[in-house]
Design a protein around this ligand. Structure first.
Ligand SMILES: Cc1ncc(C[n+]2csc(CCOP(=O)(O)OP(=O)(O)O)c2C)c(N)n1
Ligand SMILES: [Mg+2]
Length: 524
């Protein structure tokens, strides 16, 4: 009977347009799913763990618009998948994760590898339930994929439980659209503002052309969150850089008389306190999930329509290039933190100068991302992939693999700290096996630098957060990638001059001295 269920699952995923399944199977029904997937014309990508399988499937779903499927075995496999599900949910990536389980029919007999997997996944998913062999199984698969993709996207988990009873997937919660009165109030506030500043978040990505058109109508400086970077292209006169909820963008925001938040998802900003005493109009498809940014008027509904109705006039208080000037000032302040030698800023400059046009960048969590994000010249959304809602380490490598698979032929640069690389090191083999055009650049400082800069006396000293030296170039070579060590700007220029079309790793031995000042200037 379970063969039939595997087929239903594979057919449902295929019908949604996906052409890859990711996973790390155990010896149970997972293998039936692999077989059914391959039979249905899907490619199966074997990963080196369940967390990375979920991150790959979610990233693939984000880039293709077709929710990705990750499979994992029961017990330890399910437990390992949790961080990947949390990443998808908090970063709003569409993911279906299906785990084997102790079948319902045997639940009272077997204690081995048995715990309540649905309970485990409930807090990190939009829904966690069961896929059972029932006449409605195909509908359940379809509904699960729909729920994962519904905004805000996220993870849905199902125990693969042929002998279980049917479970209905809840439909996505819908928030009633705002009334005409609220929309008019927002329109008036925006109309009356002389110096609005827009903050654009991940909820705007799917409607990027409409959002860009509306912001160009308004003519104000535009900050984007990390995930919405590229919504206005590098060089656009209104592009003012990143909203980090720190100090770097504050001089611009202190000049504002209104903040217009578009598709802003409060899962993104760092938990600092909001320091601006101006009204905030929020325009988005879903209600705010938290209150860091105090919203004066919240308009909810279809983004394109709302923007047409609320942004009707051009503001009068800004020079046309105000955004670009703010960005140039921010970059100059960050660049001034360089301490000389070969540090993260010099490394980023060398990469930016050399990457082929259209390259997708993936970025991990760590001090290095503060040197990358403000300088990355994105020209379209989703050209830079980062975990920001969960801000998990170990994201950049699996995300790079998924990006290379979702956009065949596109070069990918994966920028990762040595801590984050070590967590996902085994996936270098996946890059080599699939011959993906990924350049992994490890910001190698033999330390958890973001943690080291926060350390106070009496918190373990440097020994608590420093690693021994590792030759990542040799490790990568052993796994089948070409590789190099670089220790200077001139070596970086040489290595990055070519080689973007094949698997490689560049072990960049950087001096982390600049991070303390860089963090101070960014976050305050
Ligand atoms: C899975 C996970 N564990 C721990 C953290 C907390 N954390 C954030 S950055 C960081 C250090 C990262 O070190 P590395 O990858 O070497 O980057 P660096 O800060 O040195 O640039 C840690 C431990 C996290 N975000 N995710
Ligand atoms: Mg490090």
């Amino acid at each position: 009977m379970s063969d039939g269920l595997a087929q239903i699952l594979a057919d449902g995923v295929r019908a949604r347009g996906a052409d890859i399944v990711f996973g790390f199977p155990g010896g149970g029904p997972n293998l039936e799913v692999v077989g059914a997937a391959v039979g249905a014309g899907l490619k199966f990508v074997l990963t080196h763990g369940e967390t990375t399988a979920c991150m790959m499937a979610g990233t693939y779903g984000l880039l293709t618009g077709r929710p990705g499927l990750a499979i994992a075995t029961r017990g330890p496999g399910a437990a390992c998948a949790v961080n990947g599900a949390a990443q998808a949910t908090l970063d709003r990536f569409p993911l279906l994760v299906v785990t084997d389980c102790v079948p319902s029919a045997h639940r009272d007999e077997f204690g081995h590898q048995r715990f309540d997997q649905q309970q485990l996944f409930t807090p990190v998913t939009k829904w966690s339930g069961r896929l059972a062999q029932t006449p409605r199984a195909a509908d359940v698969v379809r509904d699960a994929l729909d729920l994962a993709a519904a905004r805000p996207a996220g993870a849905v988990h199902m125990d693969y439980d042929p002998t279980g009873t049917e479970m209905e997937v809840p439909s996505a919660a819908t928030v009633p659209p705002s009334s005409d009165d609220v929309i008019e109030t927002a329109e008036q506030m925006i109309h009356n503002a002389s110096r609005p500043v827009a903050i654009v978040g991940l909820g705007a990505i799917d409607d990027a052309p409409a959002v860009r058109a509306a912001l160009e109508r308004l003519g104000c400086p535009v900050l984007t969150t990390y995930q919405a970077i590229g919504l206005l292209p590098e060089g656009h006169p209104q592009q003012a850089g990143l909203f980090t909820s720190g100090r770097i963008e504050s001089s611009l925001l202190f000049e504002a008389d209104l903040v217009v938040a578009v598709g802003f998802d409060q899962v993104e900003p760092m938990p600092t306190s909001w320091r601006y005493d101006v009204p905030v109009v929020s325009i988005s498809e879903v209600a705010a999930c938290a209150t860091l940014m105090p919203i004066s008027v919240e308009v909810i509904g279809e983004l394109g329509t709302l923007l047409e109705r609320t942004i009707t006039t051009r503001c009068s208080g800004w020079q046309p290039e105000a955004g670009a000037h703010a960005l140039a000032d921010a970059r100059a302040a960050l660049a001034a933190t360089a301490t000389g030698g070969f540090g993260p800023l010099e490394l980023v400059e060398a990469i930016v100068d050399a990457v082929p046009q259209g390259t997708i960048a993936t970025v991990d969590a760590g001090a290095h991302f503060l040197a990358i994000m403000p300088f990355w010249p994105a020209v379209v959304p989703l050209q830079v992939l980062i975990s920001n809602g969960l801000a998990t380490m170990g994201f950049a490598v699996p995300a790079a693999i998924a990006a290379a698979l979702a956009r065949p032929g596109t070069p990918v640069v994966c920028m990762v700290g040595d801590g984050g690389l070590a967590m996902t090191l085994a996936e270098l083999e996946t890059i080599a096996r699939l011959r993906l055009p990924i350049t992994v650049v490890v910001f190698d400082d033999a330390a958890l630098s973001l943690i080291e800069v926060k350390q106070k006396p009496g918190q373990g000293g440097t020994g608590a957060v420093r690693f021994g030296p590792v030759d990542y170039a040799q490790v990568a070579a052993a796994m089948g990638l070409s590789s190099a060590v670089i220790t200077s700007t001139s070596e970086a220029a040489k290595v990055f001059a070519g080689g973007w079309d094949a698997p490689r790793l560049v072990d960049a031995r950087i001096d982390p001295a600049t991070y303390a000042r860089l963090i101070e200037v960014t976050r305050g």
